[in-house]
Design a protein around this ligand. Structure first.
Ligand code: WT7
Length: 660
């Protein structure tokens, strides 16, 4: 499917066009930071980057040998038969061994791999040795349940160490995990399990969020009524709320735990052995199962963690993303543990019991790195500086941002209030599909300019093109493509290679299309503007408008629905749906609420529309295509501008504007 033409769709998120960005401010890394950095100068960045794009085979061969533990060396670095890439052919390794066993017998063996804090305040520390014991046990348990290499395992868990253990135990036995974000509904779980035919589900009775129990098991139970592939369910007792256990299918985590020995000899798997599937939204109704494989993915996650987070043995690193998203895969689990750092894992909400929970935990645990999202930063700003000023935050040395463009205002607040002017900020651009960070400052090298993700990571070669694929001049908005394969790129979409080709490699043949609009300024810095397709970014969550429309269409009162985004101070984008009703249904406030609840049930709370607007008709072209461009303008309360000559009936627009 072709994405719509460029012009009307850029500026979807206007956050880079603010007064501050025009002032041009640049923040150079301090000499002190540079001295200790894993990469300490612009000259080293330029040298390595040049090598990585000019001699990729030499560069990646060296990196793969330096950073990964191989059981059998690879013979070929990269095979590229567009759109399919294979990396490190002939090589064999075990991803879990690369995250755990490699640290045993070293000074890291008895250091904290994970420091966990639950929302109620319970704290647990797990050393690398203990992590090895846990993962080994569960690797045996999974195998005893008949789960083997290539089998799919669905994980629907709160942010607790057992979620990490479950992922690593899958990796250890070559099973393919699919982590489903704890906010998704039964319907969404069912669709994902059925798409990949998972055999085993790992869940919990519930998790803590804002002082309340989020029930997980009962949600899973409703999904499992329609998932014939599932044979067993392992249930962690976290909250103690009552759950129903189905005899012969469901087993408690703590009962299963009794059964396994502490040691598991990990088998080696092919470099291209599938590691995980992660579902993400696209521009059609059905979520896409992004497939990542072993060696290339792990190298991407490990190398970016080393360079971008400047990760050290002494770091206590905190990423606030849920493991249900790609950030939680690459920068909670794989990139951090493979580097042997200490991971700080927090279960709950940032404002429980008070809006200073993060700052309080940072001081109490002496956390050194914080990686969070602009939507969270905007919430902190709104809650007020006093919550921050109560705390020292002097253990922090580096800050990161991910998920959407960070406005220069938010960047400067983050820098001053949280980083106390001392911590570099890495604004990291990447996607579920890219597996690891693609554009970001190197904190000891790159001058940071608020609002831009700055420069490409090693091996990354982006270009900006117009609708015809012609490169646009510097300073001009274009669609961003990546012209060369990179190790952690997605390999395909699970069960739908055709859609993989169509989505990423058909619009600009030979190049990977990111779906983002961006431009490069005259200093070479990359400014990401936002999606140019029908995908929204609501509080850093990716939501396909087609998915929401599909959900609404299943409600008996709905004749037609169109979902669009409008700029929102807190969420980045808010979701607005325009709905026409079937005859016999009255446009009442109750129905609006019912439609929001319906979307919540079909997809999950994150996709609930912020606003439902009833309309007598939707603006359409003469060929019957809904003109979303116009709906976006109406949703934002702006004037309807641009070409309306293709509009079939202009009075529809006037009527929509008159409505609330
Ligand atoms: C989309 C990918 C990468 C993990 C979290 C989201 C937007 C992501 C940035 C950034 C501007 C960003 C893009 C991208 N995005 N990071 N630093 N600056 N935009 O992963 O759900 O796959 O979404 O998020 O639009 O395409 P995702």
């Amino acid at each position: 499917m072709r994405t719509p033409t460029l012009k009307p769709h850029l500026n979807v998120s206007d956050q880079t066009n603010t007064s501050v960005s025009r002032k041009k401010r640049s923040f150079k890394p301090s000499a002190e930071f540079q001295r200790q950095a894993n990469l300490g100068s612009m000259a080293s960045y330029k040298k390595l980057h040049a090598e990585s794009v000019n001699s990729p085979d030499t560069f990646w061969k060296r990196m793969a040998n330096e950073h990964l533990v191989w059981r059998k060396p690879f013979t070929k670095v990269c095979t590229w038969k567009e759109p399919h890439a294979k990396w490190f052919t002939g090589g064999r390794l075990n991803v879990s061994e690369n995250c755990i066993d490699r640290h045993l017998g070293t000074a890291r063996e008895n250091k904290a791999a994970i420091i966990f804090e639950g929302e109620p305040g319970d704290v647990r520390t797990i050393t690398y040795r203990q992590l090895y014991f846990h993962v080994s046990r569960f690797a045996h348990i999974f195998e005893n349940m008949g789960v083997g290499p290539g089998d799919r395992v669905a994980i629907y868990m709160p942010m607790v160490p057992e979620a990490v253990i479950a992922m690593l135990a899958c990796a250890r036995i070559g099973a393919v995990h699919t982590v489903i974000f704890g906010g998704f509904s039964s319907e969404a779980i069912k669709d994902r399990i059925n798409d990949c035919k998972a055999k085993l589900v790992i869940t919990a009775d519930g998790g803590w969020r804002r002082g309340k129990v989020v029930e997980l098991k009962s949600t899973v139970d409703r999904a499992l009524a329609g998932t014939p592939s599932v044979q067993s369910v392992i249930v962690l007792k976290r909250t103690g709320n009552p759950v129903t256990m189905q005899e012969g299918r469901d087993i408690w985590w703590h009962d299963a735990w009794k059964g396994g020995p502490n040691h598991h000899k990990a088998k080696a798997f092919d470099s291209e052995h599938p590691l995980f599937i992660l579902y993400t939204s696209g521009s059609t109704g059905k979520p896409k199962g992004v497939l990542h494989t072993s060696a290339g993915y792990l190298l991407g996650a490990k190398l970016t963690s080393h360079y971008v987070f400047d990760l050290k043995d002494t770091d206590r690193y905190f990423c606030s993303a849920d493991i249900g998203w790609i950030t939680g895969h690459s920068y909670v689990v794989y990139g951090i543990l493979s580097n042997g750092a200490t991971l700080f894992l927090y279960e709950g909400a940032p404002n429980q019991p008070e809006p200073d929970r993060f700052w309080e935990m940072i001081d109490r645990h002496g956390l050194t790195i914080l990686y969070t999202a602009p939507t969270a930063i905007r919430a902190f700003m709104r809650w007020g500086d006093n919550y921050v000023l109560k705390h020292n935050l002097d253990s922090l040395r580096l800050l990161g941002s991910v998920g959407e463009p960070i406005s220069p205002e938010a960047w400067l607040w983050y820098h001053k209030m949280i980083g106390k002017g001392r911590c570099p900020i890495v604004d990291t651009w990447w996607q579920t599909e890219t597996g690891s960070i693609m554009i970001s400052p190197m904190p000891g090298a790159t001058p940071c300019v608020p609002g831009t993700a700055t420069l490409p990571f090693f091996g990354v070669s982006p270009k900006f093109v117009d609708d015809k694929g012609k490169e646009v001049p510097r300073g001009t908005d274009g669609k961003m493509v990546i012209t060369k394969p990179w190790p952690s790129m997605l390999r395909t979409l699970w069960g739908d290679d055709e859609r993989f080709k169509q989505t990423y490699f058909s619009e600009f043949p030979g190049w990977y299309f990111t779906g983002d609009g961006a431009r490069q300024d005259k200093d070479g810095n990359f400014w990401i503007i936002g999606r140019v397709d029908d995908v929204l970014n609501v509080s850093g969550h990716r939501i396909g408008t087609a998915e929401v429309e599909g959900a609404l269409a299943t409600h008996p009162a709905v004749a037609e629905a169109a979902a669009v985004g409008r700029p929102d101070d807190l969420k980045g984008q808010a979701l607005v749906v325009f709905v026409t009703l079937k005859t016999g249904h009255a446009a009442t406030p109750e129905l609006k609420e019912a439609l929001r609840a319906h979307v919540g049930k079909e997809i999950g709370a994150i996709a609930k529309p912020d606003q439902v607007r009833f309309a007598a008709a939707l603006p359409k072209t003469r060929s019957g295509k809904i003109m979303r461009r116009i709906l976006k303008q109406i949703a934002s309360g702006g004037e309807v501008k641009g070409d309306t000559s293709t509009l079939e009936d202009f009075s529809v627009v006037a009527a929509l504007q008159a409505e609330d």
